[in-house]
Design a protein around this ligand. Structure first.
Ligand SMILES: Cc1ncc(COP(=O)(O)O)c(C=O)c1O
Length: 494
């Protein structure tokens, strides 16, 4: 009996692969001319995809056709040069091909013996990524699926190291006092999620106020830890952010690290966004020293042109990750020697994809210099946009950051100088105006932005860093912003 039912033959695999690559070549060649997103009716989208479970298999041609017609046009195109939303997570060509190869090999990098070269390569890539982030020192590293999980794993290790009792065996209920984590009021929501998941409770996540540039205030951190110690709490960790999500602020790591050392508290550094920008010659000396923390996350999937998913977690307290996560049932026993170890010991994940391969391909293709030039280019584009916006009387840059995230707020003179508006009414009108600009611009399909709400109000976040974005794309975005803003101003404040 034939055993090739269902799957393709090797030659069909090759033919289909060629067809897919040809399609992708066209897709990327035309990407700038196509919309970054297309408006679509949700009910119609769900209906068009919601087919019954297929009884019989279909041909590749039908799969590719449906994917081209029904799926791809209804996706937000994260690889588009006019994608300026969130933080960039865009895929370079070597990254795309390596991801394909990874799927083809389908290696499980859980134990050294199940993936010798994958594990060895992971160690190499982790060392390179640390060097790219300016942290060449020794640390236990592991590739995980994203910065959210890296934050969770780091806080789990910090909790277990600092709790003062055996959390692994006794659980949190087994210890006296409450464990506390400190982070700024600007930290990413994944810190909250980690605290929830670890059973610490959001009441024990202490939000330290930020200063007028949205950086954690060390004096307030010192006061909070001292207060909590006196009140019987156990401070276990501080999470500092380099490149906050709303405005790309950087917490002052030097003073924060001094406080952590003095109080014996674990410092975790979340540099998911900004971790590699020290490579940019324009920012040389600007990036905080990321090596001062006990643990660190940087995120190649955000700014190193590596396709999703992949973040690098480092822990300078050797074995702390393993103390939390190592658990070896009989069926997973291995025989590591001095040169080998099992990556499953450094996170909660057992089955692990071969993430190192795409990072190895991307870093080797670009080289350190190539990556630095790319990041520098993004920084330069952002500087140009800031200069144009700052010289326009109707636009504000409420906060400055060295990184290529530009926060803009449309504050037209007509509204700012209208004596008939109270401060509250003015702020509300400006918030509505900026939200309408964003909605309209995104609906146009000609660019994509995201937003945040900060003390100054609703801001448009222009996040530059897509590998395909050039000066003309940023210029087009600026023109589009101005035209859209004026149109909405005429509507809300004729
Ligand atoms: C500062 C920061 N930390 C963590 C994360 C979570 O990253 P991930 O999507 O890789 O889980 C983000 C996401 O944007 C972030 O901005």
């Amino acid at each position: 009996m034939s055993t090739d039912f269902g799957d393709w033959t090797e030659s069909a695999f090759e033919d289909n692969g060629r067809e897919l690559l040809a399609f992708l070549g066209d897709h990327f060649a035309a990407i700038r001319e196509n919309p970054v997103s297309e408006a679509c009716d949700t009910a119609e989208l769900v209906e068009s995809l919601d087919s019954p479970l297929p009884e019989a298999g279909v041909e590749f041609s039908a799969l590719l056709r449906d994917t081209r017609e029904k799926v791809i046009p209804r996706l937000l195109q994260w690889n588009h040069p006019s994608f300026f939303g969130y933080f960039p997570t865009c895929a370079s060509f070597p990254g795309v091909l390596a991801e394909t190869l990874t799927a083809a090999l389908n290696v499980n990098a859980m134990l050294w013996k199940t993936s010798p070269a994958a594990s060895a390569l992971e160690a190499v890539v982790l060392r390179w990524i640390a060097q790219l982030a300016g942290c060449p020192g020794e640390a236990d590293g592991v590739l995980v699926t994203g910065a959210s999980l890296a934050n969770l794993y780091a806080l789990a290790a910090a909790r277990d190291a600092a709790a003062g009792f055996d959390v692994r065996e006794r659980g949190l209920a087994g210890g006296a006092g409450r464990l506390r984590v400190y982070t700024s009021d600007q930290a990413h929501s994944s810190v909250d999620k980690a605290v929830i998941t670890l059973g610490l409770g959001l009441d024990n996540l202490v939000r330290i106020p930020s200063d007028d540039q949205y950086r954690m205030r060390p004096d307030a951190l010192e006061a909070a830890i001292t207060h909590d110690r006196d009140a019987g709490f156990t401070p276990v960790a501080v999470v500092a952010t380099v490149g906050t999500t709303s405005v790309a602020a950087a917490d002052p790591l030097g003073p924060i690290s001094d406080i952590c050392t003095r109080h014996g508290v674990w410092l975790h550094v979340d540099a998911a966004y900004a971790g590699f920008y020290g490579l940019s010659p324009r920012l040389s000396g600007v990036l905080e020293d990321l090596s001062v923390g006990d643990s660190l996350v940087v995120n190649p999937q955000k700014t190193l042109f590596v396709p999703l998913e992949g973040a690098a977690l480092y822990c300078r307290r050797r074995d702390a990750l393993a103390n939390t996560f190592r658990l070896v049932p009989e069926y997973l026993t291995s025989d590591p020697d001095d040169l080998t170890f099992d990556f499953m010991d450094r996170s909660a994940q057992l089955g692990r994809s071969f993430k190192a391969l795409k990072m190895w391909w991307v870093i080797r293709t670009f080289g350190r210099a190539g990556l630095a030039a790319r990041l520098d280019h993004a920084v330069a584009l952002a500087e140009d946009l800031r200069t144009i916006a700052a010289s326009h009387p109707d636009w504000e840059l409420p906060v400055s950051s060295p990184y290529p995230l530009v926060c803009l707020r449309y504050q037209p003179r007509a509204v700012m100088s209208d004596p008939g508006l109270t401060d509250e009414a003015r702020r509300s009108l400006l918030d509505t105006l900026n939200a309408s600009i964003l909605a309209d611009l995104n609906a146009s399909g000609r660019a994509f932005l995201s937003h945040s709400v900060i003390r100054e109000g609703y801001v448009l976040r222009v996040s530059i860093g897509n590998i395909r974005t050039g000066a003309d794309d940023v210029r087009r975005l600026w023109d589009l912003l101005c035209v859209t803003a004026e149109k909405h101003l005429a509507e809300v404040h004729p």
